[in-house]
Ligand binder design. Structure first.
Ligand code: NAD
Length: 319
């Protein structure tokens, strides 16, 4: 079964890393019959919903907070209702997708999934401790994927080596970096760590295609590609606000109306989450040692104040 899956599904050229350190991981996209999603925030919820709708797999959606699960599922209902009202999907399809998502507060419920996509906050120690746990809980064939925006996949994969019964675990770690909002944005960055096997990479690529997405395979480099370009742009906009080069409306207006982007950088930062923007800038700054990535002081103070953007009700704008 595995070899026929690999012949039919897994035809991509391996990365330099996976060619050099080829290991095996016994799964492929056709075998992803159950998905676990960790974190029911804006990204995790979107990933769970699109996986249920497009790949039509049962999804176990785990969060440590009941309030986040409730908020996320309410939002999923709202999105599905909107799709039905606009006749983009039928009522039956909406009900079927919703029925595929099972919320849970217990990470142990990932003990029978074929793939996990982690979408908890962008905190390096949190991600690594979670991957240590995932390697112990998830089945030995399961793909362990992270939605990190910037943290090294090699480092996250290394956190799974603590289980002496599963020395192959790091080979099953990969990044599927979805973009926000997940139901709308087609692009997904796929990143291997040094340890990632070719089968894991191919499974991740094929699975995001099943979700209707367009994968781009990139190197394990701080911030990968999208955020390496996007975050310094947002950070510079915050510095311009901080140093009085322009007011918030002027900054957003000139970029929106002058460069034809759908929203200005400060609105976009609010939408992404200022904590996430700061965390990514910190990774870029510390991992490269390059001062051009130094996070804006205003961005830091806003996160200290708990003004995280749309999700907290206040950021550069009020919501
Ligand atoms: P978020 O704050 O909206 O959601 C995070 C969720 O994780 C919350 O519901 C929280 O309760 C839950 N959580 C926290 N600790 C947990 C734990 N130990 N176990 C289980 N659940 C836990 O964050 P988000 O914007 O969805 O970001 C999640 C990840 O996706 C981050 O790595 C971020 O960098 C990445 N990302 C974000 C965006 C974006 O635009 N926001 C885009 C691409 C990738």
């Amino acid at each position: 079964m595995l070899s026929s899956c690999l012949r039919t599904v897994c035809r991509r050229t391996p990365t330099v890393a996976s060619r050099a350190f080829s290991t095996t991981s016994p799964t492929c996209a056709a075998d992803v019959k159950t998905l676990g999603v960790l974190g029911a925030g804006q990204m995790g919820l979107g990933i769970a919903l699109v996986a249920a709708q497009k790949a039509q797999v049962p999804v176990i959606l785990v969060d440590s907070s009941q309030a986040s699960l409730d908020k996320g599922l309410k939002f999923a209902d709202k999105l599905l209702e909107k799709d039905v009202a606009k006749e983009r999907i039928t009522r039956e399809a909406a009900d079927a997708a919703r029925a595929l998502i099972t919320p849970s507060l217990k990470i142990e419920d990932f003990n029978s999934v074929d793939m996990v996509i982690e979408a908890v906050p962008e905190i390096p120690d949190l991600k690594t401790s979670i991957f240590t746990k995932l390697a112990q809980i998830a089945p030995k064939h399961a793909i362990l994927s992270t939605n990190t925006s910037s943290i090294s996949i090699t480092k996250i994969a290394a956190a799974t080596t603590t289980n002496p019964n599963d020395l192959q675990a790091p080979a099953r770690v990969v990044s599927t970096h979805f973009m926000n909002p997940v139901p709308v944005q087609k692009g997904v960055e796929i990143i291997s760590g040094l340890q990632t096997s070719k089968e894991t990479l191919d499974t991740a690529i094929a699975f995001v295609k099943r979700m209707g997405k367009i994968p781009s395979v990139l190197a394990d480099s701080p911030g990968f590609l999208a955020n390496r370009i996007l975050m310094p742009y947002i950070n510079e906009a915050v510095i311009c606000l901080e140093t009085g080069v322009g007011g918030r409306e002027d900054i957003d207006s000139i970029m929106k109306n002058g460069t034809n982007v759908p929203m200005g950088p400060l609105t976009l930062a609010d939408f992404i989450g200022l904590d996430t923007c700061l965390a990514i800038m910190n990774v870029l700054y510390h991992e490269t040692g390059d001062s051009k990535y130094r996070p804006s002081g205003l961005l830091k103070r806003m996160v200290d104040a708990g003004w995280l953007g749309k999700k907290s009700g206040k950021g550069f704008y009020d919501y």
